[in-house]
Design a protein around this ligand. Structure first.
Ligand code: SF4
Length: 372
């Protein structure tokens, strides 16, 4: 039954959608890509991969996944891992709340579920960091439970298949597309189906490009393809622009160590170690005045401009200017520490926002060593 208020005369609806399911599964059996979490598909590995892939491309996540699983091969190891080690394993992936929630959930699994991931959609959904999509992906793939796993790829494929021109960000349209996925979902292979439709979205029904309809097993039943210009789907209402923040990043080096600051336990990059930074673009002289109170002896500090960098968070864009200081060591203020090169490598995960400056840090710290 077609219950979408906005669908434009599509060719398929309701039960007919399920006619496409065998075609999709056949295509997947032949074209599925090999990934470590598919080849050894334990609930723990599937869970870690799903969390890692939430904001990260598959190619980028692969080496992280291997390293993470080698270091923390079980739920127990994850629950007991030291926070610094955990963040270090995640360094470069960004969105650190993902790994923090992963550990919170692991602790709950140890205390409430005997160390095994709960084998139900509701049980998974109740864990920190697991939303509808992830619960559906784990429940169907790891436990064969017939629930959908609807992410952006699946919404795109469904909007095109159905020729649906509703705003894909609106809850009624998402609900409708999810119901249509349910109509296609086979009881005997829900995990294969969920992976197949995602795979189709990632490799054939591509975003931001002309979809490869000539290679698509579903083209014979696709309304978007039949009507032309499927690449115009899905429709998205214009996004709110990100807020732009100008910031000055302070790279303070003394005695082969760099000054790090721990962020507040809530909000953006909560609790992360970072290079000290402040709002607005300060000149080197203003930046020197800014840090002088940290050094009780108010020494003259040599400042050097480092140039700009940019980082996009989901709602904020940082436009950064860096200033580097070479100074004598001083007692760091509260929430600040000095870190040497080994600690930076092993203990303190700097958020990727600081990559424009962090990539030179080792060089600067080594240079400090040579100059001594
Ligand atoms: Fe996507 Fe084209 Fe396949 Fe339709 S036919 S699902 S638009 S790739």
């Amino acid at each position: 039954m077609n219950n979408s208020p906005i669908k434009e005369g599509g060719r398929l609806s309701g039960g007919q959608m399920s006619d496409l399911t065998p075609l999709l599964l056949e295509w997947y059996a032949e074209h599925r890509r090999v990934f470590p979490w598919r080849e050894e598909a334990t609930p723990y590995r599937i869970w870690v991969s799903e969390i890692m892939l939430q904001q990260t491309r598959i190619e980028a996540a692969l080496p992280y996944f291997e390293r993470f699983i080698a270091a923390l091969p079980t739920v127990k190891a994850l629950a007991e891992a030291d926070e610094g080690r955990l963040l270090k394993l995640w360094e470069g992936l960004g969105y650190y709340s993902r790994v923090r929630n992963l550990q919170k959930a692991a602790k709950i699994i140890m205390s409430d579920h005997g160390g095994e991931l709960p084998a139900s959609y509701e049980g998974l959904l109740a864990l920190p960091g697991i939303g509808e999509y992830t619960a559906g992906a784990i429940a169907s793939t790891a436990f064969g439970i017939p629930v959908p796993a609807v992410d952006g790829n699946v919404l795109r494929v469904m909007a095109r298949l159905l020729g649906d021109r509703g705003d894909v960000m609106s809850p009624p349209v998402r609900r409708y597309l999810r119901e249509e996925v349910c109509a296609m979902l086979p009881d005997d292979a829900p995990g294969e189906f969920n992976q197949a439709i995602m795979e189709l979205g990632e490799t054939v029904c591509l975003p931001n490009a002309v979809p490869l309809c000539s290679q698509c097993p579903l083209s014979g039943g696709c309304t978007g393809f039949a009507k032309g210009h499927p690449e115009e789907l899905p429709v998205r209402a214009a996004k709110k622009a990100r807020r732009v923040e100008n910031r000055t990043v302070l790279v303070v080096i003394a005695d082969k160590r760099v000054l790090l600051h721990r962020r507040a336990p809530h909000g953006l990059l909560a609790g992360m170690w970072e290079l000290p930074n402040t709002e607005g673009w300060l000149t080197p002289a203003e930046a020197a005045d800014y840090i002088k109170p940290w050094d009780g002896q108010l020494r003259d500090i040599a400042a050097e401009p480092l140039g700009g960098g940019k980082h996009l968070f989901s709602h904020v864009e940082w436009r950064m200017q860096g200033v580097k200081f070479q100074t004598a060591a001083f007692e760091p203020p509260e929430d600040y520490i000095w870190a040497d090169a080994a600690q930076l490598l092993n203990d303190y995960a700097l958020p990727s926002a600081f990559r424009p400056y962090a990539k030179h840090l080792m060089e600067w710290l080594d240079a400090g060593e040579r100059n001594r």
